[in-house]
Design a protein around this ligand. Structure first.
Ligand SMILES: [Zn+2]
Length: 453
């Protein structure tokens, strides 16, 4: 793996970070002109979906050195939270590394997106099509609250990055990431810890610190993935703009300050690339922004999910088109879009997993709640209640990507809102391994994040 910045600057940054300085660091002298977007030196390295990632290039680089990636997902860390609140640690990471606003995959919910970040695939391609779904071939339900389902490898398609990494001879420690409970493709990484809500963020940080600060460098994993369930929970209850969310976001930043301070004790600190990112954004709902479709199609639906999106399976499949037409006629009034499963817009990449997605898919406008329920007011949102799962292209669903370390540019703000499934390719590129094939990643969307020679 190439290295184009010198170690002393990195160490200096670490010391400055501890002091929470607001002083930007001097930029390293690039070995070659900065190519940023569409640069020439890496054009032939990767070609997007399914391509290999030969990151080695000509020049005097120390190829014997190991590379490391430590990636944290902070659930529902919306793109603007760090601007609204006091986050000196994240701000300092942006100053010495890269920042990008990014977007989720559809549906913009936790489980589909974390598994997209791991596999580089859209939910329609990796099988975790929502937080809850029914598989018509196995007659099993997947649910985020069902431990047996979460551990059932049959639900998970594609190859999560921890398997990609270990299959190519590197090591991975995974702490609480979606998919880690299952023996996907009959394997698990070196450390595979289930999500444990009892652990504090500080305790989780200590696990990563312990892994990365081991005296024996041979035991240090090349990849660590870890997960915070906040600020999602507090935002759901109080909205992203509440004092409660402010407190939680600022507490997270404090934990990250502690984390980065302790990580300086790692013998490989200068070779670690840190990523702080998220799965989706969040939007505040309103009690009046509510529409119940039940009266339009009473007693017509056998199975349904009242989430984002709402999905419907008619009792009589021959009536599917007629039911769709009825719902379609009320799109404007109900503040939603409705599609037949096979006619979903291409940019949502959804609807081909026909044994897991019901025939009619209805997506409420961002900020609206649409339900199918006999009870006229069932599911009406309370004031301040907030949610996600909406159109990934709407900005409220966007979130953050911070990266720092030897692979990333310094003080660089990326001008391309890329999808989080590209994390798979980002990690593969930094570690110098081939990404899983096939994948839905797009190298051109992320190329500008990295230093070039
Ligand atoms: Zn989430």
């Amino acid at each position: 793996m190439k290295r184009v910045w010198n170690t002393p600057l990195w160490i200096i940054w670490a010391l400055l970070c501890v002091a929470c300085t607001t002083q930007p660091l001097p930029q390293p002298t690039p070995n070659k002109p900065d190519t940023e977007q569409g640069g020439s030196s890496t054009d032939t390295e990767q070609g997007g979906s399914g391509s290999s990632t030969d990151t080695e290039q000509d020049g005097d680089v120390d190829e014997s050195k190991e590379s490391y990636v430590v990636i944290l997902s902070m659930d529902a860390f919306r793109y603007d939270l760090a601007d609204m609140y006091d986050t000196p640690t994240l701000d300092s990471i942006a100053r010495v590394g890269v920042y990008s606003e990014i977007m989720p995959c559809f549906p913009s919910n936790t489980f589909p997106n974390h598994y997209s970040m791991a596999t580089g695939l859209h939910p329609d391609h990796h099988g975790i099509v929502n937080n809850t779904f029914f598989d018509e071939t196995t007659y099993k339900t997947y649910s985020i609250s069902d431990d047996d389902a979460k551990a059932d490898a049959n639900f998970y398609k594609g190859e999560p990055i921890w398997n990609t990494v270990e299959r190519q001879g590197l090591t991975a420690h995974i702490y609480g990431w979606v998919g880690i409970d299952a023996n996907i493709n009959n394997r698990k990484p070196t450390v595979a810890m289930s999500y444990d809500y009892r652990l504090s963020q500080r305790q989780l940080a200590d696990k990563v610190i312990d892994a990365m600060c081991q005296e024996n460098v041979e035991d240090i994993p090349n990849l660590v993935m870890w997960y915070f369930d906040e600020p999602d929970a507090v935002e759901h209850d109080y909205s992203p703009t509440s004092d409660q969310t402010r407190r939680v976001v600022e507490e997270i930043d404090d934990v990250l300050a502690y984390f980065m301070r302790e990580m300086r004790n790692s013998p490989v600190f200068e070779d670690i690339n840190f990523i702080f990112t998220s799965d989706h954004g969040m939007v505040e709902l309103h009690p009046d922004k509510y529409f119940n479709i039940y009266s339009l199609i009473p007693n017509k639906i056998q199975y349904y999910y009242n989430s984002n999106p709402v999905t419907l399976k008619p009792y009589d499949l021959a009536e599917t088109k007629a039911i769709y037409n009825t719902l379609k006629a009320h799109e404007e009034e109900g503040h939603y879009r409705v599609w037949l499963r096979e006619d979903m817009p291409e940019e949502l990449h959804y609807g081909t997993y026909t044994t897991r997605i019901y025939p009619i898919v209805l997506l409420a406008d961002t900020g609206w709640k649409v339900v199918y329920n006999k009870n006229a007011n069932s599911g009406r949102p309370t004031a301040k209640y907030s949610n996600h799962g909406y159109n990934p292209y709407d900005r409220e669903m966007h979130m953050v990507f911070y990266g720092c370390g030897p692979a990333f540019k310094r003080g660089y703000t990326h001008n391309k809102v890329f999808q989080n499934l590209n994390d798979h390719l980002i990690i593969s590129h930094i570690l110098g391994i081939d990404p899983a094939t096939p994948n839905d990643c797009t190298w051109e969307d992320i190329e500008g994040l990295f230093v070039t020679e």
